[in-house]
Unconditional design. Sequence first.
Length: 94
Amino acid sequence: MEQHHVLDEDALFEMAELFKVFGDSTRIRILYALFQSELSVTDICEELGMSISAVSHQLRLFGNGMAVSVISTAAGKCTMSFSDALIRGVFCNF
């Protein structure tokens, strides 16, 4: 009988988090904007016509740097950067 690979709990959790990111069109819009270039929260708000509160709420849901990294600049401005290779690959295939 052929033995099948079973994902461990950590891998299943990471996969569920990835699908959560793609489960909302607003988060996809934010990720796509970040795919184009590094943006601050204010830049994302302006580019997508969203409030800071709405963008901040969505960014919190990305979780643990899986999709987005925060880069601090010398001026103290926080810049968001696209970090997950798998998500980058999804955008490259559309």
